[in-house]
Design a protein around this ligand. Structure first.
Ligand code: GCU
Length: 412
C-alpha cells in the first residue's frame, strides 16, 4: 500500500528548505515583449490584461460570459435571526433562463446598521447548513459529491453547524459585517466527473462534451459562480457591493484569489492556507507541487496546466502575479506554520514579489521582506500577511486578523 501511495504521488513532498531549487520568477513589471512597465496606467491597460490572459490560458481556464438572463429570487428572509441580531436571507441565483440550475446564497446581515453593510463572502465545503447551527438554514442538497477516496455522500450527510468553528457568524455581525456563502457543489461538485454535472455543460457549444484545453476547470467555475453572486449583491440594498471581500480556505482560497482577479468589483480578497495554485509560488516546489495537484485534482485547473507538471520553470506566470492582479485593492494572505503542504514561505513570498505592482499605485504592498514571527500579523500595507500557530484550518484567530484588515479598508 505504501508503495502504491508513493507511486501515486510521484515522490515524497519536499519539506526541506535547502532543497528548494533556485529559480527566476517572471517579472510582473516586464511585458512579454520585453517592455518595462513604469506607470500604473501601463499596468492597468497593458500588463494586467496580459497576465490575466496568461492565467486564463495556462492555469485556470477561460470562463464563459455571464448569461444575460442571470436572475435572482429571494427564497427566504427572516429579520429575527441570531436572537434578533441579524437578518438571514437565502437567494437563488439561476444560471440560465430556466429555474432548473441555481446556487443558493445564504447570508446574514447585522440588524444594527446604518445603511448598506460591507460583506465577507466565500464558498463552503459541506453545505450552507453546516456553517452555523441554525435550524432555519435550508439544507444544501445538490448533486452527488464523492469525498474521501470516492465514497459517495451528499451534503445532507453533513450535520447542521458542523463547520461552525470556521464561520464566526456572531463575531462578524457584532463587528458590523454581513456574511454570505454558497455551497461550492451548487456550482460544480468537487470531483473529476469529466465536467458533466456542474455548470460547465450549460455553456458547451454545439457538439462540445468537455472544456477545451484553455477553458475553465472547477476552480474557475467556482470563481465564475462567485462573480454571478456579485451581480446579485449589486441589487441588494442591504449590501454595499463596493465593499465585498471574497475569502476562502484552501481550495476555496485559490478560488477567492482567482475571483478577485477576474472580477474587479470585489474590493478585497483573502486567501487562507491556499497553497499550490493559490498564494504559494509554484517554482519553489515545496510541499504540494503542480504535478501533485494535477494528479490529485485533475479537474481543478484547465487542461493546459498539466503541461507544467514537473515543468514549473516553463510556466509563463507564477502565483505572485495572481496576488498582483488584486492591485491596487487590498489582499490578505494567511498561512499556518504546520501546514507545510501549502508552503507558508511560498505564500509569504508571493506577497513580497507582488509588492512592486502596488508601489506603482503609490501604495505599500507587503512592507516586509522576511517572514514575520509566528502569530505576528503584518497588516499595515495593502498586502496583509500572517502565519499562525497550528495546522491547515481557518479559525477564529485568522478571522480576527481579517476583520482588523478589513476595518482599515471596508469601513471607510
Ligand atoms: C488538498 C489539496 C490542496 C487543497 C486542500 C484543501 O490538501 O492538495 O491543494 O488546498 O486539499 O482544499 O483543503
Amino acid at each position: 500500500f505504501f508503495l502504491q501511495v508513493l507511486l501515486f504521488w510521484g515522490q515524497e513532498p519536499n519539506y526541506d528548505e535547502s532543497k528548494v531549487p533556485s529559480f527566476i520568477l517572471p517579472d510582473p513589471l516586464i511585458m512579454e515583449n520585453g517592455e518595462i512597465v513604469t506607470t500604473k496606467e501601463e499596468w492597468i491597460e497593458k500588463r494586467r490584461p496580459e497576465i490575466l490572459n496568461l492565467f486564463e490560458t495556462y492555469v485556470y481556464g477561460k470562463s464563459p460570459e455571464k448569461p444575460a438572463n442571470l436572475h435572482f429570487e429571494v427564497l427566504s428572509e427572516d429579520h429575527y435571526a441570531l436572537s434578533n441580531m441579524a437578518t438571514r436571507k437565502e437567494i437563488a441565483v439561476y444560471f440560465t433562463e430556466s429555474d432548473e440550475h441555481y446556487m443558493t446564497i445564504l447570508m446574514y446581515i447585522p440588524n444594527k446598521r446604518n445603511g448598506a453593510v460591507p460583506l465577507f463572502f466565500g464558498l463552503n465545503f459541506k453545505g450552507n447548513h453546516t456553517i452555523y447551527d441554525d435550524p432555519d438554514i435550508t439544507e444544501s442538497v445538490t448533486r452527488m459529491e464523492p469525498r474521501d477516496g470516492g465514497s459517495e455522500i451528499r451534503p445532507n450527510a453533513f450535520k447542521r453547524g458542523e463547520a461552525s468553528s470556521r464561520w464566526p457568524v456572531e463575531m462578524l455581525i457584532a463587528n458590523g459585517y454581513g456574511l454570505a456563502t454558497v455551497y461550492r457543489g451548487d456550482i460544480d461538485p468537487d470531483y473529476d466527473d469529466g465536467f458533466q454535472n456542474g455548470v460547465h455543460p450549460l455553456f458547451y457549444k454545439d457538439g462540445q462534451t468537455k472544456p477545451k484545453a484553455d477553458e475553465w476547470g472547477t476552480l474557475a467555475a467556482w470563481a465564475w459562480g462567485l462573480s454571478c453572486a456579485m451581480d446579485y449583491f449589486e441589487t441588494d440594498e442591504d449590501i454595499d457591493a463596493s465593499k465585498v471581500a471574497v475569502f476562502g480556505h484552501s481550495r476555496h482560497g485559490k478560488t477567492a484569489l482567482w475571483t478577485g482577479a477576474i472580477d474587479q468589483r470585489f474590493a478585497m480578497a483573502i486567501s487562507n492556507d491556499s497553497g499550490c495554485g493559490g498564494a504559494a509560488l509554484s517554482r519553489r516546489k515545496y510541499g504540494e507541487t503542480v504535478s501533485k495537484i494535477n494528479k490529485l485534482f485533475p479537474h481543478w485547473f484547465c487542461e493546459n496546466f498539466k503541461q507544467y507538471s514537473d515543468n514549473e520553470d516553463k510556466l509563463p506566470v507564477d502565483q505572485h502575479q495572481l496576488i498582483a492582479l488584486m492591485a491596487p485593492r487590498p489582499v490578505y494572505i494567511a498561512s499556518a506554520i504546520e501546514d507545510r503542504w501549502a508552503d507558508p514561505k511560498g505564500e509569504f513570498l508571493s506577497g513580497v514579489f507582488a509588492t512592486p505592482v502596488y508601489e506603482l499605485f503609490g501604495q505599500d504592498g507587503l512592507p516586509i521582506k522576511d517572514m514575520p514571527d509566528v502569530d505576528s500579523p503584518v497588516i499595515d500595507g495593502y498586502i496583509g500577511y500572517h502565519v499562525r500557530t497550528g495546522d491547515h484550518d481557518i479559525n477564529l484567530y485568522d478571522w480576527q486578523q481579517f476583520v482588523k484588515f478589513a476595518d482599515k479598508y471596508l469601513k471607510k
